[in-house]
Design a protein around this ligand. Structure first.
Ligand code: ANZ
Ligand code: ZN
Length: 857
């Protein structure tokens, strides 16, 4: 029988299903929870999914064989804009679109033979998940972790929704591509900043996480030590002082203006002036993300207000409104130190404001330092010593060489001593605004009552489900337009109330799904015993694009769930180890149309560098698979053509998993050929009744057996270290050794069973075939992971000549790695040597490792 993956893969999948092999069970075994980032149901799986789930599957199967009770679930991150967009574009309902996509993708995923417990599957748009998420929301509200406030938000004018800062790219909406505006809306916020210190400090303990991810999170949280400085106004009686926040108080002597946000109370008080109102309006159109602020053209206007310099009362500084100052960071006001800050420098140059150096290169005079910053700011690292050229009041011109760090400390101490400022610790991290003015999300379970104000919905009334009779023919939120959905009864006073029509950011859904998987059918968000047994996630695998938000939100949510009693204390860091996998790439095939514009072609349309009509294509080096460049292969096609095992094997074989892997047709073919060869080798071992070598005599080959045991050792270590490509390389070697070996009968079958076991995590279907053909009992998936025979691991031996009194008298064979002391013992025990020494200890015995032994009798 030739290797027939189509037939055998579905057969084994059925066998595993029937045996309930992958149903997660709480029992006496130690547990292992492996999770891949769950997919968005876009409608089709892509090769990136295949790579991600295959890696998780290898871990799940390997750990299972090692005796762990495995939780390896799958679900769907199912709320979000694309479903609404599809409804807007093609009619239909987001719910139908989503569930149809889930069904399709599940059907595409199943043939991959993943060791998933499908009994735990859920979608975040399921009524049940919505109900539990709303229950969690109410508990968090009750615990003071959620609040409402008016906030300036990024407003996408096309999608008509608020965007998180991260969803604003280059000042434009991540989906719509339209410039984002600033608007003030009352929004719901999660108090993630309550945990800022803890989320930062605990990163140190996450040693199962990539260093780069920890660093990205640390930067995102952005703890900085700074100072709040007070500038007294000269001509604004209603605003006697303006507080600014700065991390560089050592540049105070170089400050030449203040800039305030357009939303600063002082700025707002001046909006009766049309020129100021116009600039403020323009400033509000700049997005609120740091990136947007950095890229936007700097604009501002002098308010006419003046402040006194705290260190030099003879100096008056102008107060400007500037579009790069955020109202909800620091104090909404900044001191402009154009000599030492690029942004301030740009602004000062544009508006002709003075540029005064606070410090210069070591040894610089004030004049030299001022000259140096005229064209560009001087911004050395804070750790570098510089020369301060404008000393604090009364200190004269030079305060000598200091590092920026030391000078900042001194400046904070000075401000506190003189009473014009206080040191503060601030975070870049802001509270997480979760309100979205969209339909296809989890409704926020609160009501607005004219008598009671904002009232949480009663838990007994959960879930608050979305109405299904909605239309998407106009932009905006269909919930606002629905004739009756908003009408509700106030749980406080029993009067009429209106439902909140904002839904939750979909990042909320993905912030706790891993906890829900521990008990997906519980009537509370989690079940204590299940959560206690299964948490934490032992191995999480996903794309590095989620390194910041999803993972930070999840870490926050876990803490909130611990606080509200939904997770045990040990789960406050819910993810023990994280692996970020590389992408799947492919060459790009391009021709040009008659106007010279590029036209892309699918790999399947290209053969031998040509299209079917003979046109030569230009080959562009491999890049991430993307529909727009058509450099995609469809996993469904690959699996149909080669079988899942080939796809899995090739995906793992070519690159370390953290790197990108290039998909090539020739690579897939080579993988497929190799697997067919392993199948044939197994067939030839002769356990099957119709096998060619059925009656082959038992012939041992100790070298082959030793090679197999070495492979056990090396594959085990490779899998432990996520070096799947190395495990595969080893298995190629072992299969080749079997091919060369003269072993037959049971000794050969025993080695093939080891091959089956070692291959099983990567190519589980073929492994079952090989196992069965080689006389394995039961299914390979149930066989415990093999252990290497220690004797076989001993390094090759060496033979050392023994010289006694300068003459060669014999030789001794010892393991190559044996220590000289042990070799000495072995030499002394040697018969020939004993004969020579005649019971006397040698006068001298010298072992030259790997070379010779010298004995002086
Ligand atoms: C003067 C100065 C001089 C500054 C200098 C920097 C360099 P981090 O480290 O991220 O906390 N800043 C303060 N509040 C702001 C706001 N609401 N909008 C925009 N920018 C604001 O950054 C702190 C620095 O960011 C502060 O230090 C302030 O500029 C600016 F050579 O003050 B600095
Ligand atoms: Zn009421």
């Amino acid at each position: 029988m030739p290797y027939d993956p189509a037939n055998s893969e579905s057969r084994w999948q059925q066998a595993w299903d029937q045996a309930g092999t992958f149903v997660a069970r709480r029992d006496e075994r130690p547990k292992y929870y492996v999770l891949e980032m769950f997919p968005y149901p876009s409608g089709r799986i892509h090769m990136g999914h295949v790579r991600n789930y295959t890696m998780g599957d290898v871990v799940a199967r390997y750990k299972r064989a090692q005796g762990f009770s495995i939780l390896h679930p799958m679900g769907w991150d199912a709320f979000g804009m694309p479903a609404e967009n599809a409804a807007m574009e093609n009619g239909g309902h987001p719910r139908d679109w989503t569930y149809a996509n889930i069904a399709t993708m599940k059907q595409q995923m199943k043939p991959l033979g993943l060791a998933i417990d499908w009994t735990r599957e859920f979608a975040t748009c399921d009524d049940d998940y919505v109900a539990q998420q709303q229950a969690l929301f109410l508990d968090m509200l009750d615990a003071g972790l959620i609040y409402r406030k008016a906030a300036v938000v990024n407003w996408d004018p096309v999608d008509m929704t608020v965007l998180a800062n991260e969803q604003v790219i280059d000042g434009k909406g991540w989906r719509s591509g339209e410039p984002v505006e600033r608007r003030e809306l009352t929004q719901w916020f999660f108090r993630i900043t309550d945990y800022a210190d803890e989320l930062l400090d605990a990163l140190d303990g996450l040693d199962g996480w990539p260093e780069k991810v920890r660093l990205m999170q640390a930067n995102w949280i952005g703890r900085s030590r700074g100072v709040q400085l007070r500038f007294d106004t000269v001509n604004a009686p209603d605003f006697p002082g303006i507080e600014v926040y700065t991390t560089r108080p050592d540049t105070l002597m170089g400050a030449s203006f203040l800039s305030i946000s357009a939303d600063h109370p002082l700025a707002k008080s001046l909006e009766s002036d049309p020129a100021i109102a116009a600039v403020a309006a323009e400033a509000r159109r700049t997005g609120t993300s740091e990136e947007a602020l950095e890229k936007a053209e700097k604009i501002g206007i002098d308010t006419g207000i003046r402040v006194r310099h705290p260190l030099d009362p003879s100096r008056e500084l102008p107060v400007w409104i500037a579009n790069f100052v955020l109202m909800d960071y620091g104090t909404g006001a900044v001191m402009g130190s154009p000599a030492h800050d690029q942004r301030d420098h740009d602004f000062a140059v544009k508006y002709g404001l003075p540029i005064l150096a606070a410090f210069g290169e070591r040894g610089a005079t004030r004049a030299q330092a001022d000259a140096a910053v005229a064209a560009q700011p001087f911004t050395p690292p804070k750790s570098e010593p510089v020369t301060y050229v404008r000393g604090f009041a009364g200190e004269g011109d030079q305060t000598g060489d200091q590092t920026g760090e030391a000078a900042v400390d001194a400046a904070i101490a000075h401000a506190e001593a003189q009473g014009y400022g206080e040191g503060v610790t601030r975070f870049r991290l802001r509270d997480w605004g979760i309100s979205r003015q969209r339909y296809w999300g989890c409704p926020i379970p609160v009501l607005h009552c004219d008598t009671c104000g904002v009232v949480p919905e009663a838990k007994a009334n959960l879930p608050v489900l979305l109405p299904l009779d909605v239309s998407f023919d106009v932009p905006g939120n269909p919930l606002d337009r629905h004739p009756t959905w908003r009408d509700a009864t106030c749980p406080g006073c029993g009067g009429a109330a209106r439902r909140e029509t904002d839904t939750m950011d979909t990042f909320v859904d993905s912030s706790w799904y891993f906890a829900r998987f521990t008990s997906p059918h519980a009537t509370t968000p989690t079940d204590a015993a299940d959560a206690d047994y299964w948490m934490n996630v032992d191995q999480y695998i996903g794309g590095v694009e989620h390194a910041i938000l999803h993972l930070l939100y999840s870490r926050f949510f876990a803490r909130a769930m611990v606080r509200t009693g939904h997770l045990p204390a040990k789960a406050s860091e819910p993810i023990a180890a994280l692996f970020t996998q590389g992408m799947v790439t492919h060459e790009i095939y391009q021709t040009r149309d008659d106007r010279g514009r590029p036209v892309y072609h699918l790999p399947e349309e290209v053969s031998g560098g040509k299209l079917a009509d003979g046109t030569a294509v230009e080959v562009i080096p491999s890049a991430k698979m993307s529909k727009s460049k058509k450099n995609v292969v469809d996993p469904v096609d690959i699996v149909t053509r080669f079988g899942a095992d080939t796809a899995r094997w090739f995906m793992l074989s070519d690159s370390p998993p953290e790197r990108d892997v290039e998909w090539t047709a020739s690579g897939a073919e080579a993988a497929s050929k190799f697997l067919a060869r392993v199948y044939r080798l197994a067939e030839e071992t002769g356990a099957a009744p119709d096998a060619p070598d059925r009656n082959a005599p038992d012939r041992d080959d100790p070298d082959l057996t030793r090679a197999a045991h070495r492979a056990i050792d090396e594959v085990t270590r490779a899998l432990d270290g996520f070096a799947f490509n190395k495990a595969i390389a080893k298995l190629y070697e072992l299969a080749n050794a079997v091919g060369r070996s003269q072993a037959s009968g049971e000794p050969r079958r025993a080695v093939m069973r080891i091959v089956a076991q070692l291959m099983a995590p990567m190519v589980p279907h073929l492994a079952e075939d090989v196992w069965a053909l080689s006389g394995g009992q039961g299914m390979a998936v149930d066989a415990p992971w093999p252990t290497a025979d220690a004797a076989a691991l001993v390094q090759d031996s060496v033979t050392l000549p023994i010289q006694i009194n300068g003459k060669r008298r014999g030789e001794i064979t010892v393991p190559a790695a044996m220590s000289p002391a042990d070799v000495e013992q072995a030499v002394l025990a040697d018969e020939a040597v004993q004969r020579f020494l005649n019971g006397q200890p040698p006068r001298k015995l010298i072992v030259v490792p790997g070379r010779i032994v010298n004995v002086v009798a």
